[in-house]
Design a protein around this ligand. Structure first.
Ligand SMILES: Nc1ncnc2c1ncn2[C@@H]1O[C@H](COP(=O)(O)OP(=O)(O)OP(=O)(O)O)[C@@H](O)[C@H]1O
Length: 390
């Protein structure tokens, strides 16, 4: 992300000298423990911290600010960081670092247009072209659709997981996907189920758990998602605040808010949180939500104009959540294994199968003959014949 610091070269030189001095004195200290030296070191370090603090105060004016919970402190203006105040008062002393090495150019475009005024650039061509390639080459997707007529020719899951789809809004407006309440908390079970199905399909296509991150602004939705994905401990399921500083190859965001009254709440309107959520993915960003409900927020209305212009909105058909529900069922291997990382045996597989496996078949229970009773008792050869015959 662009970050800013004072470019004054004299001060920078002074800092460098101080740092060197601190290092020298630290080495001396390691050799010869001396109380007076320690005092000198502490003084230098304090001076260094003091000068640094004046130069690099808050590198992230466009990310989530520290929360000031005390209402009086908030009212007194403590929520506005010192950096924000200084950079507003002295714009000439601020330099933007514009190169980023995380997002491909499609994902970067979102925050670039919405927040950074097109100043961001991809650090390298490789970063710009980054894409999520399914390790099995789409084999699982093809197999998943064999004999299934429900999706039709243009299956939404195929489109979503294609390499060219790098930033996408998955629109649930045609589905019964309303948000619901648990006490004061908001959740969206249909969105959670869609996230579950997409995640499973990614995993069965060979994407690893550690490459996937799921974000929601709502704690109750995080709880729901954590329950559905409980067998995949390496998938990080995070609030926007917790996702700050993290990145993943593929990020799935569940926006949750979907209702006829157009109620949004404050979280969705918080552009810093939205910016953080939109900038966590390296190769693929999937945002799931209700366009009708969300587009009333000013930042998101711009977002939808951009996504629409780019043809990056994927409207789900009315029964989309039922089309791939089999993707979340356990399956077992009968024929060849699909290439890609083989996940560890998980709770859901204990009964019958393994991830990445092909065709479901009933499990035949093997009955073990009792060889320790009746005429078989004490006749090992007869016992062997009986066991072999099972
Ligand atoms: N010079 C570089 N070359 C290659 N990759 C880089 C370089 N600098 C940073 N990255 C990668 O870019 C990503 C973002 O870097 P970093 O975490 O430093 O950014 P940030 O500004 O702290 O981001 P944020 O605060 O938004 O999480 C990381 O995945 C990091 O590995």
């Amino acid at each position: 992300m662009p970050c800013s610091l004072d470019g004054n070269s004299i001060t920078a030189l002074l800092m460098r000298l101080l740092r060197l001095l601190c290092l020298r004195v630290s080495v001396l200290c390691a050799l010869q423990i001396n109380l007076s030296l320690l005092v000198i070191i502490s003084s230098f370090r304090l001076l260094y911290v003091y000068i640094s603090a004046q130069l690099v105060l808050n590198r992230y004016p466009t990310l989530i600010a520290s929360q000031v919970r005390n209402p009086a402190a908030r009212k007194a203006g403590l929520e506005v960081s010192l950096f924000r105040r200084l950079s507003t008062a002295h714009p000439h002393a601020v330099i933007d670092l514009t190169h980023q090495y995380r997002m491909n150019e499609d994902i970067m475009l979102l925050s670039n247009r919405l927040i950074y005024g097109d100043r961001l650039k991809c650090g390298t061509e490789e970063v710009a072209r980054r894409t999520l390639v399914l390790p099995d080459g789409g084999k699982y997707l093809r197999m998943m659709h064999t004999g299934k007529q429900t999706c039709g020719k243009d299956c939404w899951m195929d489109k979503l997981l294609s390499e060219s789809c790098k930033a996408v809004f998955v629109d649930t407006d045609l589905l019964p996907a309303q948000d619901t309440r648990v006490g004061d908390l908001v959740q969206n079970p249909t969105e959670a189920s869609l996230v579950h199905q997409i995640t499973k399909t990614l995993l069965r296509s060979g994407v690893t758990e550690s490459q996937i991150g799921v974000i929601s602004l709502y704690r109750q939705q995080i709880k729901l998602l954590s329950h559905l994905l409980q067998d995949h401990k390496e998938i990080e399921i995070l609030t926007a605040d917790r996702s700050q500083g993290r990145d993943k190859e593929c990020i799935i965001i569940s926006m949750v808010r979907s209702n006829d009254a157009g109620q949004l709440g404050d979280l969705v309107k918080d552009w810093r949180r939205m910016n953080v959520s939109f900038t966590r993915a390296r190769s693929k960003l999937i945002i799931i939500g209700s366009r009708k409900t969300l587009q009333s927020a000013p930042l998101l209305s711009e977002f939808f104009t951009l996504m629409h212009g780019k043809k990056w909105i994927l409207p789900l058909p009315p029964n989309a959540d039922k089309m791939h529900s089999h993707a979340v069922q356990p399956i077992i291997l009968q024929c060849g294994r699909i290439p890609g990382k083989r996940p560890a045996m998980k709770e859901e597989n204990k009964t019958i199968g393994k991830e990445n496996d092909a065709i479901t078949r009933p499990i035949k229970k093997i009955k073990k003959a009792r060889t320790d009773v009746g005429v078989l008792r004490g006749r090992p050869i007869l016992q062997d014949i009986m066991i072999g015959g099972n």
